[in-house]
Design a binder for this molecule. Structure first.
Ligand code: MG
Length: 160
Protein backbone atom coordinates (compact mmCIF):
# COMPACT_ATOMS: atom_id res chain seq x y z
CA UNK A 1 0.00 0.00 0.00
CA UNK A 2 0.98 3.64 -0.42
CA UNK A 3 0.03 6.82 1.41
CA UNK A 4 0.03 10.41 0.21
CA UNK A 5 -0.81 13.79 1.67
CA UNK A 6 -2.30 16.79 -0.05
CA UNK A 7 -2.65 20.44 0.90
CA UNK A 8 -4.29 23.29 -0.94
CA UNK A 9 -5.48 26.82 -0.30
CA UNK A 10 -7.46 29.30 -2.36
CA UNK A 11 -8.38 32.91 -1.83
CA UNK A 12 -12.05 33.90 -1.45
CA UNK A 13 -13.10 36.62 -3.89
CA UNK A 14 -16.24 38.37 -5.02
CA UNK A 15 -17.72 37.47 -8.40
CA UNK A 16 -16.62 33.83 -8.21
CA UNK A 17 -18.66 30.64 -7.74
CA UNK A 18 -17.93 28.68 -4.55
CA UNK A 19 -17.31 25.12 -5.75
CA UNK A 20 -15.92 22.60 -3.28
CA UNK A 21 -15.87 18.82 -3.57
CA UNK A 22 -17.71 19.17 -6.87
CA UNK A 23 -20.65 20.94 -5.18
CA UNK A 24 -21.63 24.57 -5.73
CA UNK A 25 -22.45 26.30 -2.45
CA UNK A 26 -24.43 29.54 -2.19
CA UNK A 27 -22.17 32.23 -0.72
CA UNK A 28 -21.39 35.90 -1.35
CA UNK A 29 -17.85 34.99 -2.46
CA UNK A 30 -16.18 32.13 -4.31
CA UNK A 31 -12.76 30.53 -4.59
CA UNK A 32 -10.29 32.29 -6.86
CA UNK A 33 -8.02 30.33 -9.20
CA UNK A 34 -7.00 29.43 -12.74
CA UNK A 35 -9.40 26.48 -12.66
CA UNK A 36 -12.72 26.40 -10.79
CA UNK A 37 -10.45 26.51 -7.67
CA UNK A 38 -12.10 23.47 -6.07
CA UNK A 39 -9.73 23.36 -3.11
CA UNK A 40 -10.99 19.98 -1.81
CA UNK A 41 -10.58 18.28 -5.20
CA UNK A 42 -7.08 19.78 -5.53
CA UNK A 43 -5.94 18.52 -2.10
CA UNK A 44 -7.34 15.01 -2.76
CA UNK A 45 -5.79 14.99 -6.24
CA UNK A 46 -2.39 15.91 -4.77
CA UNK A 47 -2.74 13.22 -2.07
CA UNK A 48 -3.35 10.54 -4.73
CA UNK A 49 -0.51 11.82 -6.94
CA UNK A 50 1.74 11.80 -3.87
CA UNK A 51 0.84 8.21 -3.05
CA UNK A 52 1.61 7.28 -6.66
CA UNK A 53 4.98 9.05 -6.41
CA UNK A 54 4.21 11.01 -9.57
CA UNK A 55 4.98 14.58 -8.55
CA UNK A 56 2.18 17.02 -7.86
CA UNK A 57 -0.95 18.53 -9.37
CA UNK A 58 1.09 21.23 -11.11
CA UNK A 59 3.12 18.57 -12.95
CA UNK A 60 -0.03 17.04 -14.39
CA UNK A 61 -2.16 20.18 -14.88
CA UNK A 62 0.16 23.23 -15.10
CA UNK A 63 -1.70 26.50 -14.49
CA UNK A 64 0.52 28.11 -17.14
CA UNK A 65 -1.32 25.98 -19.72
CA UNK A 66 -4.49 27.69 -21.04
CA UNK A 67 -5.92 24.18 -21.49
CA UNK A 68 -6.65 24.10 -17.74
CA UNK A 69 -8.21 27.58 -17.55
CA UNK A 70 -11.60 27.24 -15.79
CA UNK A 71 -11.00 23.47 -15.62
CA UNK A 72 -13.61 21.44 -13.74
CA UNK A 73 -11.41 20.10 -10.96
CA UNK A 74 -13.53 17.05 -10.20
CA UNK A 75 -12.80 15.90 -13.77
CA UNK A 76 -9.06 16.37 -13.16
CA UNK A 77 -9.46 14.28 -10.00
CA UNK A 78 -11.23 11.56 -11.98
CA UNK A 79 -8.33 11.44 -14.45
CA UNK A 80 -5.91 10.92 -11.52
CA UNK A 81 -8.11 8.17 -10.02
CA UNK A 82 -7.93 6.55 -13.48
CA UNK A 83 -4.14 7.07 -13.51
CA UNK A 84 -3.92 5.20 -10.17
CA UNK A 85 -5.88 2.32 -11.73
CA UNK A 86 -3.50 2.26 -14.72
CA UNK A 87 -0.62 2.04 -12.24
CA UNK A 88 -2.25 -0.95 -10.49
CA UNK A 89 -3.70 0.86 -7.46
CA UNK A 90 -7.16 1.72 -6.19
CA UNK A 91 -8.09 4.44 -3.70
CA UNK A 92 -8.84 2.55 -0.49
CA UNK A 93 -9.38 5.61 1.72
CA UNK A 94 -9.46 9.40 1.65
CA UNK A 95 -9.61 11.50 4.78
CA UNK A 96 -9.76 15.27 4.51
CA UNK A 97 -10.21 18.42 6.58
CA UNK A 98 -11.64 21.64 5.17
CA UNK A 99 -10.77 24.75 7.19
CA UNK A 100 -13.10 27.67 6.42
CA UNK A 101 -14.51 30.31 8.71
CA UNK A 102 -17.53 30.84 6.44
CA UNK A 103 -19.75 29.54 4.90
CA UNK A 104 -20.82 26.66 7.11
CA UNK A 105 -19.91 23.56 5.11
CA UNK A 106 -21.07 20.65 7.29
CA UNK A 107 -24.58 20.61 5.70
CA UNK A 108 -22.95 19.91 2.31
CA UNK A 109 -20.56 17.08 3.26
CA UNK A 110 -22.82 14.20 2.14
CA UNK A 111 -23.43 16.01 -1.17
CA UNK A 112 -19.66 16.39 -1.64
CA UNK A 113 -19.09 12.69 -0.96
CA UNK A 114 -21.78 11.78 -3.49
CA UNK A 115 -20.21 14.12 -6.09
CA UNK A 116 -16.70 12.80 -5.40
CA UNK A 117 -17.91 9.20 -5.75
CA UNK A 118 -18.49 9.93 -9.43
CA UNK A 119 -14.70 9.92 -9.86
CA UNK A 120 -14.66 6.21 -9.02
CA UNK A 121 -13.85 6.48 -5.29
CA UNK A 122 -16.81 4.95 -3.40
CA UNK A 123 -18.52 7.48 -1.09
CA UNK A 124 -18.02 5.05 1.81
CA UNK A 125 -14.26 5.37 1.36
CA UNK A 126 -14.21 9.17 1.65
CA UNK A 127 -14.28 11.14 4.89
CA UNK A 128 -14.64 14.92 4.93
CA UNK A 129 -14.36 17.04 8.05
CA UNK A 130 -15.18 20.74 8.15
CA UNK A 131 -13.97 23.18 10.79
CA UNK A 132 -13.24 26.83 11.36
CA UNK A 133 -9.90 28.35 12.34
CA UNK A 134 -11.40 29.88 15.51
CA UNK A 135 -11.20 33.33 13.94
CA UNK A 136 -7.40 33.26 13.63
CA UNK A 137 -5.26 34.32 10.67
CA UNK A 138 -6.28 34.59 7.01
CA UNK A 139 -8.80 31.77 7.33
CA UNK A 140 -10.33 33.39 10.39
CA UNK A 141 -10.65 36.70 8.53
CA UNK A 142 -12.53 34.91 5.75
CA UNK A 143 -9.82 35.59 3.17
CA UNK A 144 -9.34 32.01 2.08
CA UNK A 145 -10.04 28.31 2.51
CA UNK A 146 -7.54 25.52 3.25
CA UNK A 147 -7.84 21.75 2.82
CA UNK A 148 -5.62 18.94 4.10
CA UNK A 149 -6.11 15.43 2.68
CA UNK A 150 -4.62 11.97 3.12
CA UNK A 151 -4.95 9.10 0.67
CA UNK A 152 -4.35 5.38 1.10
CA UNK A 153 -3.79 3.43 -2.11
CA UNK A 154 -3.85 -0.36 -2.27
CA UNK A 155 -2.53 -2.64 -5.01
CA UNK A 156 -5.23 -4.06 -7.23
CA UNK A 157 -3.15 -7.20 -7.93
CA UNK A 158 -2.59 -10.04 -5.47
CA UNK A 159 1.12 -9.33 -4.84
CA UNK A 160 1.64 -6.56 -2.28
MG1 MG B 1 -5.52 24.60 -6.00
Amino acid sequence: MRIGTGYDSHRLAEGRRFIIGGVEIPYEKGLLGHSDADVLCHAITDAIIGALGLGDIGTHFPDSDPKWKDAVSIELLKSIVDLAKMNGYFVAWIDSTIIAERPKLSPYIEKMKAALSRTGIPAGQINIKAKTNEGMGFIGRGEGVVVHAVCLLEKTEKER
